[in-house]
Design a protein around this ligand. Structure first.
Ligand code: DLL
Length: 433
């Protein structure tokens, strides 16, 4: 099913034409209205007239999160505040928040992008969508909400938290679509079990999960526990929020709404644009946004792109699952480690749950990584010997997956704090010393 078939199935030439026209206009707007873009472009001797099509995109300077922080709160807006209808803030935990602005037209464009995503998996106005992403400055709740209303699905704006009530609503309203972070979906599954219920007591058909990295194995786990088809939705507040891209029923990458957000993959070290299929940092240029039209924004998310037509019929570029962030990546004794690699090992091991916490310390100049992992409640953990055996097995599997060894500590079920939003899985204590 298509929401906007002409765009979703446009030929590469047609898409390029739309992107180019919009890019020329966006560059002109930012040069005229946003001082840091004018300064950056002047510094490299670039005038708006030099940008004639997407082929010239690579000439433009990058925009970084720091640029938005420097412009805090409203200095990056390309329009006077009187035309900006709403703000959101990114969920960053370090430094100043980044404030993003949306005009009424931006909000409508965003709702249309989310509506496209929902329609691509067959969600219609017959569905009941429970939005369990947080509402507020975080874009998850309101982003899914407006998209859901756009297609006139029955929208339940429950927000995150109060898990038993979530389950009660799912039963009473016969919710068919659940939207939340993948870690919260697992938490809901735990609670369901504690309540003595199973997936058969629910009516879920689809889950729309995102806002944090998750693996293919975790997708299968959630699908099994909640009895639904799980889809990956991606986005970031600086661009719009959820709905920059989403996986279709083929589960073969996330379709990017590329008539609004032009993607590139670059080498995060050199800034050089990488060819199709190569893994690197995702960069977006927002060509239709009015309040905050970002040019070559460095997302820090690591993925790859494909421009091949999808079996679903869409021709829009697709991004692979985000495998981590270039800045969230841990470097343990010189080795790059992503929490998702540890998660994949845990999901292969039936004796443990995919709930874990990584602590990194530096002892005598040596990085020590301790991984607390929750045992599954059907594993008999009263025998110390068995626990040690399992710890040993996990230690060796993690070491071979990561290329660096850690220190696995098994903990009893329910010990690792659960999250109703994005899960915090890493505590790096090295900087504190
Ligand atoms: O997390 C927007 C969102 C809300 C997306 C709900 C999907 C669902 P921020 O708080 O600005 O916005 O965080 C953006 O989260 O740069 C990625 O690192 C990460 N992220 C978002 N979606 C995914 C995903 C929202 N599907 C940052 N897979 C991004 C992996 C994701 N990481």
């Amino acid at each position: 099913m298509f929401y906007d078939e002409k765009i979703e199935t446009a030929s590469p030439e047609e898409l390029k034409k739309i992107q180019s026209e919009r890019l020329v206009d966006a560059v002109k707007r930012v040069y005229e209205n946003v001082s840091y873009y004018r300064e950056k472009m002047d510094a490299v001797g670039l005038k708006p007239e030099d940008i004639k099509s997407v082929d010239d995109l690579h000439k433009l300077p990058f925009t970084y999160k720091q640029d938005l922080r420097n412009a805090y709160p409203f200095g990056a807006f390309a329009l006077p505040k009187s035309q900006v209808a709403r703000i959101h803030a990114s969920s960053g935990t370090t430094g100043k928040q980044t404030v993003v602005g949306l005009t009424n037209q931006d909000i409508d464009m965003w709702a249309n992008c989310v509506a496209r995503c929902l329609t691509s998996i067959g969600v219609t106005n017959d569905d009941i969508i429970q939005v369990a992403y947080g509402y507020g400055l975080f874009t998850g709740g309101l982003g899914l909400h407006y998209g859901s209303e756009k297609i006139c699905a029955l929208t339940v704006p429950v927000s995150g938290g109060n898990t038993r009530r979530q389950i009660q609503f799912m039963q009473d309203f016969k919710t068919t679509v659940l939207c939340c972070t993948p870690s919260y979906a697992l938490f809901i599954a735990d609670e369901l079990k504690k309540m003595g219920l199973t997936k058969d007591d629910l009516y879920l058909k689809h889950g729309i999960f995102g806002a944090e990295p998750w693996t293919e194995a975790m997708r299968k786990d959630i699908e099994e526990k909640l009895g639904l088809e799980a889809h990956d939705i991606y986005g970031l507040s600086e661009i719009i929020g959820p709905g920059v891209s989403m996986s279709c029923l083929e589960h073969d990458g996330m379709h990017i709404n590329a008539d609004h957000f032009i993607p590139e993959i670059i080498d995060p070290e050199t800034g050089e644009v990488l060819p199709e299929g190569e893994k690197g940092e995702l960069v977006f240029t927002c060509v239709t946004k009015e309040a905050l039209p970002l040019i070559r924004y460095r997302t820090r998310d690591l993925t790859s792109l494909t421009f091949q037509k999808c079996a679903c019929g869409r021709t829009t570029p697709r991004m692979a699952k985000v495998m981590g962030r270039s800045d969230d990546m841990l470097i343990i004794r010189g080795v790059n480690v992503f929490p998702s690699q540890i998660e994949s090992v845990l999901l292969e091991c039936p004796e443990v749950e995919p709930h874990y916490m990584i602590y990194v310390d530096r002892v005598n100049n040596l990085d020590i990584m301790t991984i607390e992992i929750e045992m599954s409640d059907h594993f008999h953990y009263d025998s110390i010997k068995e626990i040690e055996k399992l710890e040993k097995k996990l230690n060796s599997e993690i070491a071979s997956a990561l290329g660096v060894s850690g220190n696995v500590k098994l903990v009893e079920p329910g010990r690792i704090p659960r999250s109703e939003g994005k899960a915090k899985r890493v505590i790096d204590r090295r900087e504190l010393k």
